[in-house]
Design a protein around this ligand. Structure first.
Ligand code: IPM
Ligand code: MN
Length: 350
């Protein structure tokens, strides 16, 4: 009997969320059996149905329970019959803020056998990670509306950046760069956002000189161009919440789409952290068996890595990668089975 048993909360959510999470779970179970750890899954039925039934996106009592688990695996939240923002703000962003998940780590990696929309790129050409600040910026919800509906209506949405918040994110990014090629690129818009941009720039220089990483800089608009034109120039990108949101959708697109885009919402200092595919709930294909579970599986690999199960994390990533060529020909479940088999046996799915 293993002494390593992890308590993982599962927020499968809406649309394709439950389908892809079921496969990720299967793969993690296979990894546990091979590498000698156990899983204690705790399911939560948060999402659109719960909100319709009770009016609650994230009850306080559930939040308190979630603080006690080792990690959280989330599928996707949101459905067209729930007004925009209710579940995004009330559930996902609330978890990011309440659990202080200040890093959103998003690998942008082109895997063999996955077609990129960019002409002539090979897997080695796209392999970077975006470290997105995850608790500040325009996401904090500071602002309001006055004279609503009238001719003088005005709305503000204030972006809040703190030195401490920016610095801890930069430290994480610098440490990540040191484990990789040692190149850190700050992405901001210092030519227009002179206040926040200056804070980021000074903090980034200080952290870079302290940690010895090479610091580079790109404006957010130019970074979009480079991501398409010359993605190989990036190793680790560090950026604010909103730029990171936008840039990582572009990153997912250049790396072959949302089917393989994984993310980790981390509090590197304490557990639990939250792992989720970058994709949404895709209600249009829910229940058709066409959802690609690989992004959820790769998010589960990040989860295992964060729990310290490095070998298992690598095996899960390798299993997913081995199953990718021709993945479109398999159903969600068949693909999950192939990855789980590869992980269990340590070989390729065939
Ligand atoms: C993401 C999503 C979220 C975000 C939404 C659903 C609130 O787009 O994780 O990238 O904007 O952060
Ligand atoms: Mn997004």
């Amino acid at each position: 009997m293993t002494d390593r048993v992890y308590r993982v909360a599962v927020l499968a959510g809406d649309g394709i969320g439950p389908e892809v999470v079921a496969e990720a779970r299967k793969v993690v179970e296979a990894a546990g059996a091979r590498f000698g750890f156990g899983l204690d899954w705790v399911d939560y039925d948060l999402g659109a149905d719960r909100w319709h039934a009770t009016g609650e996106a994230l009850p306080d009592a559930v939040l308190e329970e979630l603080r006690e688990v080792d990690a959280i695996l989330l599928g996707a939240v949101g459905r067209p019959d729930v007004p925009p923002g209710v579940l995004e703000r009330g559930l996902l962003l609330r978890l990011r803020f309440e659990l202080d998940l200040y890093v959103n780590l998003r690998p942008v990696k082109l895997y063999p056998g996955v077609p990129s929309p960019l002409a002539g790129v090979k897997p080695d050409d796209i392999d970077l990670v975006v470290v997105r600040e995850n608790t500040e910026g325009v996401y904090v919800g500071a602002g309001g509306t006055v004279h609503k509906g009238g001719p003088a209506e005005a709305a503000t949405e204030t972006s809040i950046e703190t030195r401490a918040g920016v610095e801890r994110c930069l430290r994480f990014a610098a440490a990540k760069a040191r484990q990789r090629a040692g190149r850190l690129t700050l992405v901001h818009k210092t030519n227009v956002l002179v206040h926040a941009g200056d804070l980021w720039q000074r903090a980034a220089r200080a952290v870079a000189s302290e940690t010895g990483v090479a610091l580079d800089y790109a404006h957010a608009d130019a970074a979009c161009l480079y991501l398409v034109d010359d993605p190989g120039r990036f190793d680790v990108i560090v950026t604010d919440n909103l730029f990171g949101d936008i840039l990582t959708d572009l990153g997912a697109a250049v790396a072959g789409g949302l089917g393989t885009a994984a993310s980790a919402n981390l509090n590197p200092d304490s557990s639990p952290s939250l792992f989720e595919p970058v994709h949404g709930s895709a209600p249009d294909i829910a229940g058709t068996g066409r959802a690609n579970p690989v992004a959820a599986v790769l998010s589960a690999s990040l989860l295992l890595d964060h729990l310290g199960e490095r070998e298992a994390a690598a095996a899960v990533e390798a299993g997913a990668v081995a199953a990718l060529p021709g993945a479109a020909g398999y159903s969600t479940q068949a693909l999950g089975d192939r990855i789980a088999t590869a992980v269990a046996g340590g070989g390729s799915p065939d």
